[in-house]
Design a protein around this ligand. Structure first.
Ligand code: GLY
Length: 425
């Protein structure tokens, strides 16, 4: 088989590494890819939003399966373009990817179908939003309705912060049209868990759980980022909680999307808050998490192509998803200054230290292959993942491996997976 992966981050590198393990695959392309993906796939110079060019490429190269990694092309309707041209593609159509593309859509869906989440209101004008904010209790969460590079969620502790948040999103339009509408939600407390699920439009199967660390600095301080590190499984996501989520969240979400005529095929990423009143949905995404994929996929035993094809063909019920009985931790190495200002083009050394090391992975996020070697090319540069028999060992291994690579302005959090200590003493 020939496979094309669309995207350029650590998540797409993790997907490519999984695809490369499939005995069914003889050639992988990635558009546009990055410096690390180039080691296992042929990178193609087409960006993720050039749908027609990507479809032309898939036709020309007789690609058997295209996997869409990123949210923007999914929300923009790339799957519909491929399907209209008779090309086989993994991911939700535009009318289903809206579950990530519009926060107000997803909240209304949960309300209509009784899926547990927190109270919210939707506003289309800053005046109405500000009026509502006069009578809420703080902290409060303000979300841009549309996609905002993972930065459209503001946790506001005071009325002043909330007022500034409304200005940023609705008046200054920092995220363009994504902030034309905002959702204002109650603030939920508890343990956050990410659960990625394969879906075939009718059936949904959850993968092993993970936990992300969204803030830039140790102790969950600093600005929100795309994610600074993950661990899997989450020891807080017990068998009992998993069953509750299955019955109260995952299956009802699939059924709700079907009832709305928006059959969801692809990856449904459910961001959960484990509150005192039970698990509740924080958000839905329509793709693998990044860096959740970097700890979940290395632990998956199935051939990823078999699972994705079963989703497309509506046969997910014939697949037994299996994960290794171990743990994985991913520590993101970023460029100092991320998520604000940072430098690019710094030479990365030591990547060869991962060669032949079983259970260790260096997933490239923002890198570029140049004549001088592989250089930094983004805020999140590398995801260093290590497995271990348990979370404590995986964490020790991952942090040891962060020392194997060097680049100027290398920055990381030092407390990824610290929560593991709470359950292990
Ligand atoms: N790690 C969070 C996300 O992928 O949205």
């Amino acid at each position: 088989m020939k496979v094309l992966i669309v995207g350029s981050g650590g998540r797409e590198h993790a997907i490519a590494a999984s695809v490369a393990k499939s005995k069914r695959v003889e050639k992988i392309y990635c558009a546009p890819g990055n410096g690390g993906i180039a080691g296992i796939a042929e990178c193609v110079n087409i960006t993720a939003m050039e749908f027609d060019k990507l479809a032309d490429f898939a036709e020309e190269k007789q690609i058997d399966l295209t996997i869409i990694g990123m949210d923007d092309p999914l929300v923009g309707g790339i799957v519909d373009v491929f399907e209209e041209r008779g090309l086989r593609v993994f991911g939700p159509r535009k009318n289903a990817a809206i579950i990530e593309g519009s926060k107000s859509f997803s909240k209304d869906l949960m309300k209509k179908y009784g899926i547990p989440t927190c109270h919210y209101e939707t506003f289309h004008s800053p005046e109405e939003a500000l009026l509502y904010l006069e009578n809420v209790s703080y902290p409060v969460v303000i979300k841009a309705d549309g996609l905002a590079l993972g930065k459209g969620v503001l946790i506001c502790n005071t009325p002043k912060e909330a007022e500034d948040g409304i200005s940023t999103l609705m008046l200054d339009k920092q995220f363009g049209d994504a902030g034309n509408t905002v959702v204002i939600e109650d603030f939920m407390t508890g343990r956050e868990v990410s659960v990625l699920c394969y879906c075939d439009g009718t059936n949904i199967k959850q993968m092993t759980s993970a936990q992300d660390h969204k803030r830039a600095k140790d102790g969950d301080q600093g600005l929100n980022t795309g994610g600074m590190g993950t661990f899997s499984p989450s020891p807080f996501y017990t068998e009992e909680i998993s069953k509750i989520c299955e019955e109260q969240i995952y299956k009802p979400t699939m059924a709700a999307m079907k009832k709305e005529g928006r059959d969801f095929v692809g990856i449904l990423f459910v961001g959960l808050m484990l509150t005192e009143d039970g698990p509740k949905v924080l958000e839905y995404n329509a793709r693998f998490g990044d860096p959740e994929a970097q700890v979940v996929l290395p632990r998956m035993k199935n051939d990823i192509i078999d699972v994705m094809e079963a989703c497309i063909d509506g046969k997910l019920n014939q697949i037994d998803l299996e994960f290794e009985d171990n743990a994985a931790v991913c520590v993101v190495l970023a460029s100092d200054g991320y998520p604000e200002k940072y430098e690019k083009g710094k030479l990365i050394t030591g990547l060869e230290n991962f060669d032949g090391k079983d259970g260790y992975y260096v997933f490239h996020a923002g890198t570029k292959l140049t004549d001088a070697g592989i250089v930094t090319n983004g805020g999140r540069v590398l995801g260093i993942t290590a497995k271990g028999e348990n979370l404590i060992e995986a964490r020790k291994n991952a942090y040891a491996a962060t020392e194997w690579v060097s680049f100027e302005n290398k920055y990381m959090r030092h407390d990824i997976g610290k929560a593991i200590e709470e359950v292990n003493g």
